[in-house]
Design a protein around this ligand. Structure first.
Ligand SMILES: [Ca+2]
Length: 323
């Protein structure tokens, strides 16, 4: 065997280990999901996509941007449906009270009934999970950055031990592919937190701004395949989507809303992310919540465009609909 074929064989073995369900935990990327689940429905799709991705090893979910108990209940019910009550949940920063559009799904659910661990101090749980991980942790931030900013305030050293991946910002395109960048919600909802988190010395920072994530919807045959799937993840996502949409029946739904946050989960996949064009940019967060290319900003990897958006749509459907 030549040196080259040995290398190829080793690469193939690594790939198989990383992608096979039930592969050793050490071959998978340890991740924390920080989410404002319970407002827009895309966080629910993102959590399901994460749970269906064998490359990723979910170690903790933290909530952010207030409504901590309501958001934690949604996470707990989804993790229960997925058979993943081994995953701890942390109540994050921004306040405990308040509800949103998924309240009908969780109004009879009690957090105390979650078989897994509930951390009342989610900020500390996030710090501890990063500090105690034998491998560098990847933090996937798919909401405003209240919880991560609070964690950096309390323990700045976490940045040096983790990679940050986020659905954050808008660089060259705005909502709906518009040609003018927008003050994207996750940044604009808490600008001070975004300035802190997106300039912290993480090992690496990767973001999907609206430029890419703002273009993702699932419709037509792909949506139909999800509706026909018996995978508990797909069933749970569609039930939540039906409630969020205010529909009585799934029959009334034929397409998803924009699935912004799922792209951040894809960016956490190990090694290459061939479906997006990644470019290295220096990005600064302005006082009015824009993410501008600026020589004085922070260097990060930005998914500025798609190489194959249809292949990404297929990936979402395959990941959620896997039997
Ligand atoms: Ca979100």
């Amino acid at each position: 065997m030549t040196g080259m074929s040995r290398t190829l064989l080793a690469l193939a073995a690594t790939f198989l280990l990383a992608t096979m369900p039930g592969s050793p935990a050490s071959a998978r990327v340890p991740v924390i999901l920080d989410t404002d689940i319970g407002d827009d429905i895309d966080d629910t799709w993102a959590l399901a996509m994460l749970l269906g991705s064998p490359q990723l090893d979910l170690k903790l979910v933290t909530t952010t941007c207030g409504k901590a108990e309501y958001r934690a209940k949604i996470v707990a019910k989804i993790l229960t449906a997925a058979g993943r009550t081994d995953v701890p949940i942390g109540l994050g920063a921004g306040g405990r009270g308040g509800v949103g559009g998924q309240q009908p799904w969780v109004q009879d659910y009690k957090l105390a009934d979650y078989p897994g661990k509930i951390h009342q101090d989610g900020v500390q749980a996030l710090i501890d999970a990063i500090q105690q991980s034998p491998q560098p942790m990847t933090v996937i931030a798919i909401g405003p950055l209240h919880t991560l900013a609070a964690a950096l305030d309390r323990e700045p050293a976490i940045a040096g031990k983790a990679m940050l991946v986020g659905m954050q910002g808008s660089v060259r395109k705005g909502y709906g592919g518009g040609k003018t960048p927008a003050a994207e919600y996750n940044v604009a909802a808490n600008v001070k937190a975004a300035q802190k988190v997106l300039s912290a010395p993480w090992r690496t920072i990767s973001i999907t701004p609206l430029d890419t994530c703002g273009l993702v919807t699932i419709s037509g045959d792909r949506f139909q395949r999800l509706k026909e799937s018996r995978n508990p993840l797909a069933r749970t996502v569609l039930e939540n989507y039906r409630i969020w949409s205010g529909k009585k029946s799934l029959d009334e739904l034929h397409a998803s809303s924009v699935l912004f946050d799922t792209v951040a989960v894809y960016l956490a996949y190990p090694d290459s992310r061939p479906l997006v064009k990644l470019e290295t940019l220096s990005i600064a967060v302005t006082r009015d919540g824009f993410t501008r290319i600026d020589a004085g900003g922070t260097t990060m990897s930005v998914a500025g465009d798609w190489t194959d958006l249809d292949a990404y749509r297929d990936l979402v459907v395959t990941t959620l609909g896997r039997q």
